[in-house]
Ligand binder design. Structure first.
Ligand code: DLZ
Length: 162
């Protein structure tokens, strides 16, 4: 089965991110991966017109804390979208399941509670190689995909809000 390259998209279909403000929350756990996700997201936002001064990056200890980090952005700042970046790698215990469940449900809640795009940029992989492949490796970068999703959702909200 072919797997999608996370960095491939139709460049002409992306709205301009000029004037948009973004909060990015990055998990420190597996930082060799999440640092690359953040780099991909920041580069992609700028490539599509976002000003570097309108991109705010904060770190949290692990993926489980991404939701609260995102809530801080939603509650205390005027960003237009929030991008959550983490990487959970399957281990020998069920910790993986609990972290993934917590962050997915938490992200959905933030979207609904704040009426704000909160983008799920979390890799959930069986091993480190799968994560490397998706953080700037042979399958692209999930950070790029998260940035494009954020731009599209801000644009959609602005179109419908009018
Ligand atoms: C504890 C833990 C484990 C085992 N694995 C990961 C992981 O693969 N990726 C990740 O981002 N964080 C992991 N953590 C840390 C949790 O996300 C969280 O920081 C701690 O459980 C403290 O709440």
């Amino acid at each position: 089965m072919a797997t999608k390259n996370l960095s491939e998209y139709d460049i002409n279909s992306i709205p301009s991110a000029e004037g948009m403000k973004f909060g990015i929350v990055v998990a420190e756990w597996n930082y060799q991966i999440t640092g690359q996700l953040a780099k991909g997201a920041i580069d992609t936002l700028q490539k599509h017109g976002a000003n570097f001064d309108n991109i705010f990056v904060k770190h949290v200890p692990g993926t489980f804390e991404l939701t609260l980090g995102g809530q801080f952005f939603a509650e205390y700042t005027d960003v237009d979208a929030i991008i959550l970046l983490g990487c959970v790698i399957q281990g020998e215990t069920r910790h993986f399941d609990f972290i993934c469940q917590g962050v997915t449900q938490g992200t959905t809640q933030l979207n609904m509670n704040y009426n704000l795009p909160v983008i799920f940029g979390v890799l959930t992989t069986d091993n480190e190689q799968q994560a490397l492949d998706r953080s700037g490796g042979k399958l692209g970068n999930k950070g790029d995909e998260a940035a494009i999703t954020a731009i599209k959702m801000v644009n959609l909200q602005r179109e419908i809000e009018k």
